[in-house]
Design a protein around this ligand. Structure first.
Ligand code: TNX
Length: 526
């Protein structure tokens, strides 16, 4: 039976290869074959806008160079170097980066008038003489490079199939969040997440820097926040914090890969680490103990005290200065210990501070009922059972012009267990198996929030139960790839049946990167 199924699989694979005009490279060995017998362009994840397979392709080998065009093009050069760096290891090829655009090889072409590619999209054309990547921006070229990489084998040289890919994202914001407050993680560990996400065209990294259990970013004007407030974590471990230089290094590293860092300083709740560090932030002038449990909603800044607003201004001012991206996240969730009127008054002032520091507010959707400032972005984290009135408040804010980032907790919360067998994780929003994380439409998820109001999608990883990088990866992968496709691919190309095969095709790449992913039984991994 087993043998029969294998033979059948081989026959099907052969049929697929024959019926596809994009011939596989001569150097493809039968043993390399399908995870899932997909024709080469069909394995791309996120699925691109359009693909036209045509004729023979380009064999990448020891003589392949990356050409970054004529003229100044410093940034294109940098993109070329970065792509070479990403591919050298897996391909085992030298891949030198040279100027100019004439000749065989991989040609990066910046064309501000390129049509149909938008700000982040690209065109990829492959023929025996080489592969040309064209985009309006360096970010587009970088994304094109990620597509090209997926058209080559996970390891070793290979042949890029002949044809054309035209592509651009459905949503502008495709994000991941990591909570480094509940359990501390280093900048190096977060950089590795960036490396794992950029192949899938994720372009935003939200860092949840502060919470009851720890304050993770050094602030010159309030040094005890990190030095004392960063000194523990859930479970009572030693915690830690990032220096300003380390944070700036992460921001630069992500930025070079076209990922914007969105820092979050959570207020007015989730602030026990700050209250423990400075007695003067407390209404009664007494600092509480540091906290290493996992309850939420018990702490609040002292809304009636002027010193609180000096704190907000100085902290946000330093964070804004270190952050080139346009967004500053100020939390605003689960402020159960802040009376409603106080919450509104506080959020009004905090939002004004963000504006004065030249940034755009992002806040959790609780802000929608309490007066979001002009242009403020709301991050929705409700679920199927969230009260209708709460959803309606988000819808009316969206209709008033507030962009919405969708992080439905019963779809995108990476700290939700896959199923009963998942060791780390919580279940308050239900189990979130791989299919559930993927099978929904961000353009039609919330009644009254039309696609045009959706800035994008983001998957948060809360870390109350996630204490190691291995568990982090296990919870994030492969669900993050589903987010990447929901954020990038056109609605018409979404669908679980095709997706699970595309996802299976990524298995060897995740393996090659050493990612500890959940091998969900619903996915036909090879
Ligand atoms: C809700 S989502 C929270 C976090 C918790 C998370 C655990 C949100 C804005 N607040 O404080 O870590 O649930 O799943």
């Amino acid at each position: 039976m087993r043998v029969l199924r294998r033979t059948l699989g081989t026959l099907l694979a052969l049929g697929a290869a024959l019926s596809c005009t994009a011939a596989r490279g001569d150097d493809a060995r039968p043993g390399d074959d399908p995870p899932a017998a997909l024709a080469p362009f069909e394995g791309l994840l996120p699925a691109p806008v359009s693909v036209r397979a045509a004729g023979p392709g380009y064999a990448v080998g020891p003589g392949t160079v990356i050409r970054t065009g004529a003229g100044p093009g410093e940034e294109v050069r940098r993109v070329g170097e970065l792509l070479a760096e990403q591919w050298r290891g897996p391909s085992g090829l030298p891949l030198p980066v040279v100027g100019g655009s004439d000749g065989d090889g991989i040609r990066l072409r910046l064309d501000e008038e390129a049509e149909g590619v938008g700000d982040e999209g690209y065109r990829l054309e492959s023929a025996p003489g080489g592969v040309t990547l064209t985009a309006r921006t360096p970010a587009g070229l970088f994304h094109a490079g990620q597509t090209l990489r997926q058209l080559l084998p996970a390891a070793g040289p290979g042949t890029v199939p002949g044809g054309t890919v035209e592509d651009r994202p459905r949503f502008a914001y495709r994000g991941a969040m990591v909570d480094v407050a509940r359990h501390f993680f280093t900048v190096e560990q977060v950089k590795r997440y960036v490396d794992q996400l950029v192949p899938y065209k994720v372009n935003a990294l939200h860092v949840h820097l502060t919470d009851d259990q720890g304050w993770r970013l050094a602030v010159d004007s309030w040094p005890r926040l990190a030095e004392y407030g960063g000194g523990t974590e859930v479970g009572g471990g030693p915690g830690g914090y990032w220096t300003k230089e380390q944070y700036a290094d992460l921001v630069a590293y992500a930025g070079e890969r076209y990922v914007d860092v969105v820092p979050e300083i959570d207020m007015p709740g989730h602030v026990n680490a700050a209250l423990a560090s400075y007695a003067e932030l407390n209404c009664d002038g007494r600092a509480p103990e540091r906290y290493t449990g996992t309850k939420v909603g018990f702490s609040s800044l002292c809304v009636g005290k002027e010193r609180t607003y000096e704190f907000v201004d100085e902290v946000l001012g330093e964070v804004a200065e270190l952050t080139p991206g346009r967004y500053l996240h100020i939390g605003g969730d689960e402020a159960h210990s802040t009376p409603a009127a106080d919450y509104e008054a506080f959020m009004d002032r905090a939002q004004a501070v963000v504006g004065r520091h030249g940034k755009t507010v992002v806040a959790w959707h609780q802000l929608s009922a309490a007066g979001p400032a002009e242009g403020a972005v709301l991050q929705y984290w409700g679920h199927d059972r969230t009260a209708a009135a709460e959803k309606a408040a988000v819808a009316s804010a969206a209709q008033a012009g507030h962009p919405v980032i969708l992080s439905p907790s019963d779809r995108l919360y990476l700290d939700m267990k896959y199923d009963a067998a998942t060791k780390p994780g919580l279940t308050w929003a239900g189990y979130v198996p791989v299919e559930r994380a993927y099978s929904w439409d961000p353009g039609a998820h919330l009644a009254g929030v039309p696609e045009s109001a959706v800035l994008g999608v983001e998957a948060p990883l809360w870390t109350e139960t996630v204490a190691t990088r291995a568990d982090w990866e296990f919870m994030a992968f492969p669900r993050m790839l589903g987010l990447a496709e929901l954020g990038w691919s056109p609605a018409g190309s979404l669908g679980w049946d095709g997706y699970r095969k595309r996802l299976a095709a990524q298995g060897p790449r995740l393996d090659a990167q050493g990612v500890n992913y959940h091998r969900s039984p619903d996915v036909p991994w090879s």
